[in-house]
Design a protein around this ligand. Structure first.
Ligand SMILES: N[C@@H](CCC[C@H](N)C(=O)O)C(=O)O
Length: 258
């Protein structure tokens, strides 16, 4: 079977994208998805995304992690899907689409994609660390020197902690750089390694930064570039009007036989 694909990246978080509007991509085949995401034997990506029709939305985004399993929300993947939808002519500069965690709005502003994330009602504190869901589950730990950190080793220690054993978690390490800027490194569930950026992770870190005295909007440096997170915190401490803003780019297109 020949599969036509598009490769996109958002701050270095990269995805194989398939226009599934007129296809019936066999995504239940975990080995196929894993193969396409394999960096040596396949195309290479942190995940695979199907863009498909939906009767009530501009499109639906279906996300799979690089391990072949269907994933939860992917913030960078969603920004790339919006760019992809625009390239295909599915949308113009605004979109209302469905993802794993429900409805999202987005807009295209030149190089940047502004993505509205779902509200976050609560943040759990676990010792000095935090745990919250921004569409995907995220553990957040503040550190003094994220650059020197063993993200793989320390990330796996949390990822495979029995507390998270059923669903697992992504693990983020955050360093405060200035009054309105943080640096984030993330160990991603489903990739089972550090990625260059994680959109839902960056969002989680910005909300936790607010709890620790920082104000919206928060600039976020990641290994693959820069993002911004804007939000409002309500009196009941929940977060609304959360926006993840950053670039999303087409890298190349191709055809691969499975
Ligand atoms: N890279 C993503 C997060 C993808 C989901 C994650 N791998 C999981 O399984 O929770 C992002 O940009 O949000």
């Amino acid at each position: 079977m020949a599969i036509s694909f598009y490769k996109y990246q958002g701050t270095g978080n990269d995805f194989v994208m398939v226009d599934n509007r007129k296809l019936n991509f066999p995504a239940e085949d975990e080995e196929l998805v894993k193969h396409l995401c394999d960096r040596r034997k396949g195309i290479g990506a942190d995940g695979l995304i199907l863009l498909q029709d939906h009767p009530d939305y501009d499109f639906e985004m279906v996300y799979y992690n690089a391990d072949g399993r269907v994933g939860s929300m992917c913030g960078n993947g969603a920004r790339c899907t919006v760019r992809f939808a625009r390239q295909l002519g599915v949308i113009e500069d605004v979109a209302c689409f469905l993802a794993a965690d429900g409805e999202h709005q987005a807009s295209v502003e030149r190089d940047l994609i502004q993505l509205k994330m779902n509200d976050v009602k609560s943040i759990e504190q676990i010792g000095p660390d935090y745990y919250l869901n921004t569409g995907s589950p995220h553990y957040v730990r503040f550190v003094d020197n994220a650059e020197q950190l063993d993200v793989y080793g320390e990330g796996r220690a949390v990822r495979y902690n029995e507390r998270f054993s059923e669903v697992g978690t992504n693990v983020n390490f955050v360093q405060r750089l200035s009054e309105n800027e943080i640096f984030v490194r993330t160990y991603e569930r489903g990739v089972e390694d550090e990625t260059l950026s994680c959109g839902t992770g960056v969002t989680a870190c910005a909300l936790v930064a607010k709890i620790n005295g920082m104000q919206s909007p928060i600039k976020v440096k990641v290994l693959g570039g820069e993002l911004e997170v804007a939000f409002e915190q309500q009196e009941d401490s929940s977060f609304k009007q959360i926006y993840l803003i950053g670039p999303a780019k087409l890298v190349f297109t191709g055809t691969i036989s499975s």
